[in-house]
Design a protein around this ligand. Structure first.
Ligand SMILES: Nc1ncnc2c1ncn2[C@H]1C[C@H](O)[C@@H](COP(=O)(O)OP(=O)(O)O)O1
Ligand SMILES: [Mg+2]
Length: 204
């Protein structure tokens, strides 16, 4: 496969925020609100993967089996989908990016930042496991997502705890982590989010 030319993305040099949190922690909900207020582009790696599956491509068929097992998709595949989506958005004048659900492992973050550009901040939505399970079972009633069932939820929580917690520690050590208690109401959480984004995006 030919390497992707990332020059337009690097030249745009818009801020990039990683959005991290367990399944059901409210990443999608908060990102919708951030997009409305700041005009950033929200890219959910899970959505990009599900779109690829729905497209029926060969790449999509390989992904189906992995996602149904609640496991992580190979790094190269996710990063390629993210890059393609970022290039499309930059061509349309994107002001910045919310990368939701990525990195899931430290190596994913390192590779992304080496190949594209460093993230400005990492927002971590911190929610207890029993709350996550409650929210996901509730979402399952309307989401139609194959992975919103109790068996897959438990596997995803395990995958999150083992693979993603080190991501949180990694960015904490770099001083880029914003840990947000996300047990409260959507609006209370968003107030904390905006305080941090305003600080990070102010020119002064
Ligand atoms: N602060 C909050 N309080 C209660 N429910 C919330 C919440 N934020 C999100 N939800 C609901 C919406 C969904 O049904 C479910 C999962 O939210 P989501 O935004 O889809 O999470 P994620 O994208 O992190 O998986 O929880
Ligand atoms: Mg989501």
């Amino acid at each position: 496969m030919a390497p992707i030319d990332l020059t337009p993305l690097k030249t745009a040099n818009v801020p990039i925020f990683f959005i991290v949190g367990g399944p059901g922690s409210g990443k999608g909900t908060q990102c919708d609100k951030i997009v409305a207020k700041y005009g950033f582009t929200h890219l959910s790696s899970g959505d990009l993967l599900r779109d690829e599956v729905a497209s029926g491509s060969a790449r999509g068929k390989e992904l189906t089996a992995i996602m149904e097992a609640g496991a992580l998709v190979p790094l190269e595949v996710v990063l390629t989908l993210v890059k393609e989506a970022m290039l499309k958005a930059v061509a349309k004048g994107s002001k910045g990016f919310l990368i939701d659900g990525y990195p899931r492992e430290v190596s994913q973050g390192v590779q992304f930042e080496n190949e594209i550009q460093p993230a400005k901040l990492v927002l971590f939505f911190d929610v207890a496991e029993d709350t996550l399970i409650k929210r996901l079972l509730h979402r399952a009633q309307t989401s139609g997502r194959a992975d919103d069932n109790i068996d897959t939820i438990k596997k995803r929580l395990h995958t999150f705890t083992t693979a993603t917690k080190p991501v949180v520690d990694h960015y904490e050590q770099q001083g880029k982590l914003v840990k947000i208690n996300a047990e409260g109401s959507v609006d209370d959480i968003f107030a904390v989010v905006t305080t941090n984004l305003d600080k990070a995006t102010s020119k002064i």
